[in-house]
Write a protein that binds this ligand. Structure first.
Ligand code: NDP
Length: 448
């Protein structure tokens, strides 16, 4: 008989927690996972998955417009938000069920309660029950950060955006990162007048400047408004129910909805980390080593709660590596090099490796190749939106150290190209590959 109730107790059934629990169980561990909300976590329940479905839904606005240039005569088209919303939420229910099933099929016990640490090996559930575990995994994710200005309670976050009763006529989005740009595209296509405001003078910090400029130009052309160097002062409710937003450096603006997309903070408050002696950083993120181990030998943490790279596939890898290390007798750490990423804006952009600026700072002499082109479909559609691909190469043999794209299907194209960059291939390797014609992706092997 073990001295503990479980070999592993995971707190949080999101992407990282589910993968870690399932794999640990397949290695023979007795595992329980506590989840206070729904199995699947941010990505499945209120993030990547439902967002991508809204992106698809939104894209029809332009597809239907473009279809007419391709000879389709369409009757009057109407968009029914409630229908899309309910279909998306129904699919989220389906996925939630599938995730539960996966855990159950792997003999992982699901406990639908909030869990907090009450001792080094002890966890107390909201029902008051106490359990013990040899190892504990913290995989509780993050939550949207909302700037604490007067009236901030009138705003919503991406969590609520999936449940709106109607598409707001005028929408203000605070922030200029992933969520802000993705939702700006979505709500704009659904007919909202979107204004995006950011505290600094740039959007999508961390992405290559050429891509950011191109997205800004295209978004402005579509009719999305941007206000930079604008810090929130406050939100007041008008008599007609609309919201008046005041900010620094710009006039007040009246809107029907304010969406905060100003970053996400680790969910560590009230988790009992102090009781167990687990260290966190200034933002509240759990500090871990390269094996996701905290300062306490048997307590680990994966995913957004560690604030390393807030991306689902990274959390999944961290969960897998943890389970293989601790229960599979195979020490594994995640490589954070060359992680491809995408922003599902309209149009989408995608990136892997170093930006031009980063490469110049770190590597000195580099060579940059670029293709600035109008996708064939946009020509017939009369859509004046150009795609941009950019390749950053290092050294004499021109190893590709960065690849950046904005244009239709950029994320889909990037996944394949990222393999080549991760493998350390050179410009000559790309060029030696015959183009698939006519495609946008062929620009990758034809760059000048
Ligand atoms: P981001 O970090 O992408 O962007 C945050 C934005 O909010 C920035 O423009 C930032 O401005 C601004 N901001 C940050 N703090 C404050 C503050 N205190 N007051 C005012 N403005 C502030 O965060 P998101 O919320 O968009 O997304 C959270 C994370 O979720 C992302 O970092 C990403 O890892 C993940 N995500 C990934 C997606 C994908 O893979 N497609 C989609 C959605 C989310 P400044 O530039 O000045 O710092």
């Amino acid at each position: 008989m073990s001295e503990f109730d479980y070999d592993l107790f995971t707190i949080g059934a999101g992407s990282g927690g589910v993968r870690a629990s399932r794999v640990a169980a397949s290695h023979g561990a007795k595992v329980a996972v506590a989840e206070e909300f729904r199995v699947g976590g941010t990505c499945v329940i209120r993030g990547c998955v439902p967002k991508k479905m809204l992106v698809y839904g939104a894209h029809f606005a332009e597809d239907l417009e473009d279809a007419q240039q391709f000879g389709w005569e369409l009757g009057e088209c109407q968009f029914n938000w409630k229908k899309l919303r309910d279909n998306v939420l129904a699919d989220v229910d389906r996925l939630n069920g599938l995730y539960r099933q996966t855990l159950e099929n792997n003999a992982v016990e699901i406990i639908n309660e909030r869990a907090v640490l009450t001792g080094p090996h002890e966890i107390t559930l909201s029902s008051g029950r106490t359990v013990t575990a040899r190892h504990i995994l913290i995989a509780v994710g993050a939550h949207p950060h909302v700037p604490q200005c007067p009236g901030h309670e009138h705003g919503i976050t991406s969590n609520e955006a999936f449940h709106l009763d109607a598409i707001p006529k005028r929408m203000l989005i605070a922030g200029a990162g992933y969520i802000a740009n993705e939702f700006a595209g979505i709500f704009h296509q659904f007919g909202s007048k979107v204004t995006l405001i950011n505290r600094s003078d740039q959007l999508l910090r961390g992405y290559d400047e050429s891509l950011r400029d191109r997205l800004l130009q295209i978004s402005l052309m579509k009719g999305i408004e941007f206000r930079f160097n604008a810090d929130f002062r406050g939100i007041e409710k008008n008599d007609d129910g609309s919201l008046r937003v005041s900010m620094t450096n710009h006039d007040d603006i009246d809107v029907d909805c304010v969406l905060f997309a100003t970053g996400r903070l680790p969910n560590t408050r009230g988790l009992g980390l102090e009781t167990a002696g687990v260290e966190v950083d200034a933002r509240g993120a759990v500090k871990v080593d390269r094996f996701s181990k905290t300062n306490i030998d048997h307590i680990y943490a994966v995913g957004d709660v560690t604030d390393r790279v807030q991306l689902t596939p990274v959390a999944i890898r961290e969960g897998q590596a943890f389970a293989d290390t601790v229960f599979g007798n195979k020490p594994t750490s995640v490589s954070y090099d060359c992680i491809p990423s995408a922003v599902f804006s309209h149009p989408p952009l995608a990136s892997v490796g170093m930006t031009e600026g980063e490469a110049r700072d770190k590597l000195g002499t580099i060579k940059v190749y670029q293709s600035d082109f109008r996708p064939m479909k946009n020509v017939v559609a009369g859509r004046n939106e150009r795609g941009l691909y950019k390749m950053i190469c290092e050294g004499e043999n021109e190893r590709v150290v960065g690849l950046h794209m904005i244009g239709p299907d950029a994320a889909e194209i990037m996944q394949g190209a990222a393999i080549a960059v991760k493998a350390g291939l050179t410009k000559a390797d790309f060029d030696a590959t015959v183009a698939i014609h006519p495609t946008m992706a062929e620009e990758l092997v034809l760059m000048k």
